[in-house]
Design a protein around this ligand. Sequence first.
Ligand code: ADP
Ligand code: GLC
Length: 490
Amino acid sequence: MSLSILFSASEAVPFAKSGGLADVVGSLPRYLRSLGHDVRLVMPRYYRIDKEKYGLRLLPGVLVVPMGILGDEYCAVYEGVLPDCDVPVYFLEHDGYYGRDGLYDEANIEFPDNDRRFIFLSKGSLELCKMIGFHPDIINSNDWHTAAIPLLLNSIYRNDPYVGTAASVLTIHNMQYQGIFPPETIEILGVGWEYFTFLGIEKDDRVNLLKGGIYNANILNTVSEGYAAEIGTAEYGWGLENVLRERSADLFGILNGVDYTEWSPETDRHLAANYSAEDMLGKMVCKKELQRELGLPEDDTVPLIGVISRMVKQKGIDFLAEALPQLLKLDIQLIMLGEGEPWAHFYFGGMAAENPTKMRVKVGYDNGLAHRIEAGADFFLMPSAFEPCGLNQMYSMRYGTLPIVRATGGLDDSVENYNEAEMTGTGFKFRDLTAGAIFDTVGWAVYTWYNRRAAIEKLRTNAMQMSFTWESAARKYEHLYMMAISRFQG
Ligand code: ADP
Ligand code: GLC
């Protein structure tokens, strides 16, 4: 059965990206399309999205978006496609909301009108269906930015001729960010104060958009099975664990896939040399080039550890910072790429300056360098406090770069721990979130590198054979959508 599916999200590769959400939103619709569904994506036209470069076409007419107490607001709609496929992407252009740098914040300070910006996206997504004559069977929201949609569908859009018959799916990529705003935000949503209740969008006397979505969506999912189980606990639920437990019968986990057209050492166009499991010579070239690019000694014998990460607490960087002085006593090289909290730029940058032959830090966002690190490093370190899915550990495996990860969420689901006796596994795992555990596990990997080369080669082969395809994830989403439809109709 072919479904009509509307994807609504705040970011998508290649147009706008702050993290893995964009990778997912840029890939999944394409694979659902190849399963025969009519999938369309709607997102903001942030002012950095180049209309010419992506060949965006202005649709005739204006989109009217009723913004509750603010009255009707208007935007232009541009249409494009996801690269190399025919999935339409609709961009809402509203200079007041999206005509600025940054997707959600500037210099780490959240935009004060984020409630309006993303309620506009949520309502605009529904109004768009009228404009383009689309009758979705499913509307898939992603994270808090579009989590208002399930509530809107259950209230003011219940009898809408276009979206009134759509079932809702809310995909949670991260529980930490919930879209928390003052109570008055409910008046912009325009659903009426009767919806401002504990069994709905209200939490601690504030509007919580994610909570509203969790209560109202027909089906919920997160991006790994492990995380789906974890978020029902106080450690991972960020205050919404009880709500999630109430809805546990409708909550599923689907591990993200990898876009192997972008992330494969055989074809990666960012590398000095390509390589494969059968011919690993190119990996040595990539390592040397990476060392040269960043000014580290060009030494093939030393294990090179890579980190690519938003520099925020989620990624365990505070514990990494604590472990660093000890780590740098090991015979290793360390390369970090990322941006985030200012103290981290300062601290890691300072440590690199003090250890010029061992450590380099690049503060900023650099996709090409991210690819070169995946290829040139021997190990990839991800000591996350929590990780809904995590993509880099999956990229790393394909590049024969062994992940060293904390066993949490998607990291635990996707990496198999090294078993010394059996010589099985695809990486190195630890459970405790402590500097000591990070040091011990990196130490274990480094020991293995220097003393058990055969094991490293074996783990590399195992890791490179792992395949996290979107084809298989998309089939699981298909199944989820059928469940959402039957929940909606039942
Ligand atoms: P999250 O979405 O929580 O940041 P993920 O592992 O799901 O974590 O996805 C992160 C994505 O962002 C990956 O594609 C990674 O390569 C990319 N990324 C993160 N930081 C940078 C950076 N500084 N430069 C380039 N790419 C980055
Ligand atoms: C979030 C999570 C990350 C996940 C990504 C894509 O940003 O932090 O773990 O991989 O979403 O689902």
